[in-house]
Design a protein around this ligand. Structure first.
Ligand SMILES: Cc1cc2nc3c(=O)[nH]c(=O)nc-3n(C[C@H](O)[C@H](O)[C@H](O)COP(=O)(O)OP(=O)(O)OC[C@H]3O[C@@H](n4cnc5c(N)ncnc54)[C@H](O)[C@@H]3O)c2cc1C
Length: 431
């Protein structure tokens, strides 16, 4: 192995792999804890104040040599999907997963609450629902996912009436599902439907199953949790989740593979060969890139996802628009996770700064992921991976031997998981 002095760009790639706050030492990029001063070098609009967009907005201000950054988010505050399964099961409160945007504002990010309804890639401007227009030199879009309601008959109506909930975007749905679970009688049936992969957070539904079962075991032990998985098997940390199901939730949790939901009627879940009557019906619907990406003509892979150039995160459908997070067609084995969206945000922020300065971008970005899952209120398992740009294939590839999973569920990782959440919220929202 040869050792060279790392170039600034090399450091950038390496420090993207360091993840949270890993680029603080990059003096050459204006890398310091306070935003750079001086004349503006460009206008960037960021759509979506979730994991990807907030991170990009923060790091543009920190590294940018003074970039005019406007973040547009429809919701008044950030509410985290990670840790939301603990709220549903009663082990945490909504306040524990909610944060404001004051940290970003203190860094000089202009935060606008509003809905972006149109993107004009030619004229380089976006329009908000209230008619406001914002011009940009570069646009960063991290809008998350929306649901493919058309794939499950009756589902849209069931969500509207409250016969079914998804709680796959944290907020009022998280509260609704918690209330339904609390209101369910002991002896009731909670059905959780999981769509075919790919979907947001591969281990998320199995974590939810464990935590709902933990609540039932403690408070309503005569009840049943049916996990109706459209996939042929558990999609992440399979052996560890199977062990948790058996060890903690035998007699309460029943897992059924290849159980794809076709239709919802009232609280009846219609599968291919059977109907399941639920007291609480929790449906995680099939997903695609969020509506605004579809509207803007950015969805160009499998009619579901956005393709990007991984060196810059720039859309392969429209120049000047950088797309992050769950909306992407990912690299092999790259999960749709908050941690990964945070990493995309850092790669995009660095690339946008370099493009605005007329510099060349990092030729070898590296990103990493860790996903923790609670299998009880205290015991946690993780999966981790590192992904590196492959110049020949122009994709992000998993670095062999880089990742792995926990040997067994344990309480130390329970503490790590809660710290991970606090740290990543601090990292993306600047405190
Ligand atoms: C139950 C559950 C548990 C999870 N647990 C974990 C975990 O432990 N670890 C982990 O890493 N990941 C976890 N995830 C996944 C994680 O939440 C997502 O991968 C992450 O949120 C993706 O970030 P994003 O920026 O792509 O989208 P989001 O974080 O969803 O952000 C998108 C934002 O864009 C806004 N928006 C969309 N369209 C518009 C528009 N037109 N105008 C204005 N604003 C708009 C939305 O309001 C939203 O705030 C979990 C997910 C779920 C559902």
């Amino acid at each position: 192995m040869t050792h060279k002095h790392p170039s600034r760009r090399g450091l950038l790639g390496a420090s993207a792999a360091l993840g949270l706050g890993g680029l603080m030492s990059l003096g050459g990029l204006g890398g310091c804890a306070s935003p750079a001063q001086g004349p503006s070098i460009g206008r960037v609009v960021v759509i979506g104040g979730g994991f990807g967009g907030s991170t990009a907005a923060r790091y543009l201000r920190m590294w940018g040599g003074n970039i005019d950054v406007t973040l547009v988010e429809r919701n008044p505050q950030f509410i985290s999907c990670p840790i939301s399964n603990l709220v549903i099961s009663g082990f945490k409160q909504m306040a524990d997963i909610s944060r404001g945007y004051q940290g970003l504002q203190a860094l000089g990010v202009k935060v606008l609450q509003g809905e972006v309804v149109a993107i004009d890639a030619q004229a380089r401007k976006v329009r908000l629902g209230d008619g406001r227009e914002l011009g940009y030199d570069r646009l960063i879009l991290s809008p998350g996912i929306d649901f493919m309601m058309e794939q499950v008959g009756g589902l849209a109506g069931a969500f509207e009436r409250g016969d079914a909930t998804h709680a796959w975007k944290a907020g009022p749905q998280t509260v609704a599902l918690r209330q339904q679970l609390e209101a369910m009688a002991d002896g009731g049936v909670f059905a959780l439907s999981i769509p075919k992969a790919p979907y947001r957070c591969p281990p998320g539904p199995y974590e939810r199953a464990c935590l709902v079962a933990a609540y039932l075991k403690q408070h309503k032990p005569k009840s049943k949790l049916l996990v109706l998985d459209a996939n042929p098997e558990i999609q992440s940390k399979k052996a560890l989740f199977e062990k948790a199901f058996q060890q903690h939730y035998g007699g309460i949790l029943e897992y059924r593979a290849n159980a794809e939901l076709r239709e919802v009627s009232g609280k009846l879940a219609k599968l291919e060969f059977e109907d399941v009557k639920a007291d609480v019906l929790n449906v995680v619907p099939p997903q695609r890139a969020a509506d605004i990406a579809v509207k803007a003509g950015l969805v160009n892979v499998n009619q579901r996802w956005v393709g990007v150039n991984w060196l810059t995160m720039e859309s392969t459908a429209a120049p000047g628009i950088h797309v992050l997070g769950d909306a992407l067609f990912p690299g092999p084995l790259m999960p749709k996770s908050g941690h990964m969206a945070n990493q995309h945000g850092k790669v995009a922020a660095a690339a946008v700064i370099q493009l605005l300065k007329g510099e060349s971008v990092n030729p070898a970005p590296v990103v990493m992921n860790t996903c923790y899952s609670f299998v009880t209120a205290k015991d946690v398992i993780h999966v981790a991976s590192v992904h590196q740009y492959d110049a020949a294939e122009k994709i992000m590839k998993t670095v062999p031997g880089s990742g792995g999973v926990s040997a067994a569920a344990n309480q130390i990782e329970g503490r790590y998981a809660l710290s991970w959440a606090q740290n990543i919220w601090d990292d993306m929202l600047a405190g």
